[in-house]
Design a protein around this ligand. Sequence first.
Ligand code: ATP
Ligand code: MG
Length: 332
Amino acid sequence: MTQLHQVFDSYEEEKWLAPELARGGEGAVYPLQDRPNVLVKCYHKDYLQKSGSAQLENKVSAMQSVAALRNWPGVSWPLVSVYDQQQQWLGYAMRRAVGVPMHLMAHPMLYQKHFPNLDRRKIVSYLINYLQQVQALHCHQVMLGDYNLQNVLCDPHSDKVTLIDCDSYQLELNGQLYPCPVGSADMTAKEHLGIAFNQIRRTPESEAFSMAIILFKCLMLGRHPYDIVGGADPVSNLQQGNFAYGIGNKGVPKGPWYNIWSHMPHRIKSLFIATFTEGAGQPNKRPTLAEWEKSLAIYANEIDKGWHENAIKPAAPKGRDYQGDSQRIIQL
Ligand SMILES: Nc1ncnc2c1ncn2[C@@H]1O[C@H](COP(=O)(O)OP(=O)(O)OP(=O)(O)O)[C@@H](O)[C@H]1O
Ligand SMILES: [Mg+2]
C-alpha cells in the first residue's frame, strides 16, 4: 500500500493529503490535509488500466457537470478532478459524508452495537430518506445500478442518509449513456441477468426491483427475499419469482424473521409480494419508488400512533386478537 502525499488540481496547484482514510477495490480515499471535510478518491493504477482511464475520466467529468447534484446534501457527488504532477488524471474530490454504513443497520447482530436504541420507526425513517435521495438522482437521469448497503451512510444524529461511491452510477447526459459497470447478480433484476454490467441500461423498473431487495433486507434483519429455507439459491429463486413470504408463507425462516414478517403491515407486505412474485418477471408490475415512499410514510405514521410493533425483533408473531386498527387484515 503506497501512501500518496499530494495531488494537483487542473491549475497544477498542489493539495496535501492526510493519511489514507479507507480504500475499496477501485480506489483509495484521502482527506485533504487542510480541509478534512473534503475527500479525494484516487483510483488504483491497475484499475485505471483495466477499465480505461480516459473512459472513466470522461464519465466522472460528465458527472461533475450536473450542477444540481453538486450541492445535493444526500450524495457525495464528484466535484473536481485531481491529477498527479504530470497532470495525469488520478480521480476526484468530493464532500466527506458522516454516518454508519447501512449494512450494519441491517445486520442481525451488529445493529445493536452500531445503532443503539434502533427501532422500526428509525429504520423506516432512514429508508424514506434513502428513497428520496434515489428519486432525486432519477430526476437527473442518474440510476444507482449497483445497490449496496455499504455505500449508504446513516447519520446517527438524524434520519438522513448520504450516498457514497457515486462514480459507479449510470448517468445519461446530452444523449450519451455512461453505464454502471458493476453489480451483483442477487441484487439485479431478471431482465438484466446474464448481460455484462457495462452493457446494461438500468431503468426505473430495474431500480425499483433492486431497491425493494434493499428495503426487505433492512426491514428483515439482513435476510435476502429469495433466500428460502430448503429452496434453491437466491438467484434461481429470483429468476422464477419464487418468494417464500407470499401466500402460504412456505419457506419463511423460523425465529425473528417469522415474527417480523408477521408484524409487517399488510400494505408493505403487498408491495413486497407484488415486486418479488409477478414483478420478478414483469417490470411494469413492480411498485415504484414513489409508492414505496408513500407506503413507508404511512407505516411511520402508524407506528407513531402505536398501531404496529416497533421492536426490531418482536418476541412473538402478531396475535389474532390484535386490536390496533379495526381496518387491518389479520394475515397469519
Ligand atoms: N464521501 C465519503 N465520505 C466518507 N467516507 C467515504 C466517502 N467516500 C468513500 N469513503 C470511504 O472510503 C471507502 C472506499 O470508497 P469507495 O467505496 O468509493 O471505493 P471503491 O474502491 O469504489 O469501493 P468498491 O470496491 O466497493 O466499489 C468507503 O467504503 C468509505 O469507507
Ligand atoms: Mg466503487
